[in-house]
Design a protein around this ligand. Structure first.
Ligand code: GLV
Ligand code: GLV
Length: 322
């Protein structure tokens, strides 16, 4: 029998063609997010599942699919939604899509940084509200970046791409994280490894590029925000729960820090109502990897990972389970 391949959200045609060559492909039509019960019913009997960050991939998911399930291939770099050891224990390969979304995500992070420091959203809201305005020398002043310090939390691929952009804007780079980067990377980026509290206290912009793990959940809480400079900005393009959103809304409202640029939220698609009231926050609806080119590359890589496992080859980008 041809393998049964379940795709949990619609993916670009080019990636579906890769899958069609290897098996019978099913995906929800029209495209929609499947609630857990429907997801479990949909994956029953699947040999491969191509999933997204919205799907809870755990032991119950694997059991609902059945013992023939060989691979779960997620179209994302982050995989906090997946219990990878639970899959590994069942002999199921899990893969993600690192690399192909690095530049798109760093572009969006830098865009949010510019948006909040130069008050672009606020300016656009002013114009669209048809409020009278006129140019004057003190009008809507923002904060420049040249000579300022960018603190990068997690100098992985996306963190490094963010650092490269910041260097081009004349910023200085410090970073913290579980691991120190290679000396060659530190040299290229002129990046200094500092303890996390020092990064918070010394940075003009703090940008989060660590994965969401039990250790990084609410890494940015009220205490961390109080450690930052009142003139500092926070940028989050990784996962919402790395930041205590209520504490951030409160800190922004009270001027504990100057502003924030956010692409991700604790309870997506909800956004803390306090954030929506504030002008000093730039908001985007999880658009980090959302370019035509990048989403195509991500889906192709995910499809190739699934097909590799189905045909007995090595997956291109497996995640190690234990
Ligand atoms: C997106 O958020 C991803 O992890 O790819
Ligand atoms: C982050 O947490 C890293 O070391 O990459």
């Amino acid at each position: 029998a041809r393998p049964r391949i379940v795709v949990t959200r619609e993916i670009p045609e080019a990636a579906r063609e890769v899958l069609h060559a290897a098996g019978d492909v099913w995906w929800p039509q029209p495209d929609r997010m499947l609630p857990t019960e429907e997801l479990h019913a949909a994956v029953a009997g699947a040999d491969a599942v191509v999933s997204t960050l919205q799907d809870r991939i755990d032991g119950a998911f694997a059991d609902a699919a059945g013992p023939q399930l060989k691979v779960v291939s997620t179209v994302a770099v982050g995989y906090d939604n997946a219990d990878v050891p639970a899959l590994t224990d069942r002999g199921i390969v899990f893969t993600n899509t690192p690399g192909v979304l690095t530049d798109a995500t760093a572009d969006l992070a830098f865009g949010l940084l510019l948006s909040v420091t130069r008050r672009l959203g606020e300016g656009e809201r002013l114009l669209r509200s048809r409020t009278p305005w006129s140019f004057h020398l003190g009008f809507m002043l923002g904060s420049g970046l040249q000579g300022k310090t960018l603190g990068i939390v997690g100098l992985g691929q996306i963190g490094q791409a963010m650092a490269r952009r910041a260097l081009a804007f004349g910023m200085e780079i410090v970073y913290s994280g579980r691991r120190r980067a290679d000396a060659a990377v530190e040299r290229e980026l002129r990046a200094r490894y500092v303890p996390f509290p020092e990064l918070l206290a010394g940075s003009d912009v703090v940008s989060l590029h660590c994965p969401l793990t039990p250790e990084t959940r609410h890494l940015i809480d009220a205490d961390a925000l109080a450690t930052m400079k009142p003139s500092a900005y926070l940028v989050n393009t990784t996962r919402g729960p790395v930041v205590d959103e209520g504490a951030l809304a409160d800190a922004l409202a009270r001027g504990v820090i100057a502003g924030a640029g956010l692409d991700v939220f604790e309870k997506e698609p909800e956004v803390h109502p306090g954030l929506l009231e504030l002008d000093n926050v730039a908001l985007a609806p999880h658009l980090g990897s959302a370019t035509v080119e990048t989403r195509t590359e991500m889906a192709l890589l995910a499809a190739r990972n699934a097909v590799a496992v189905l045909t007995g080859a090595e997956p291109l980008t497996p995640v190690k389970g234990r």
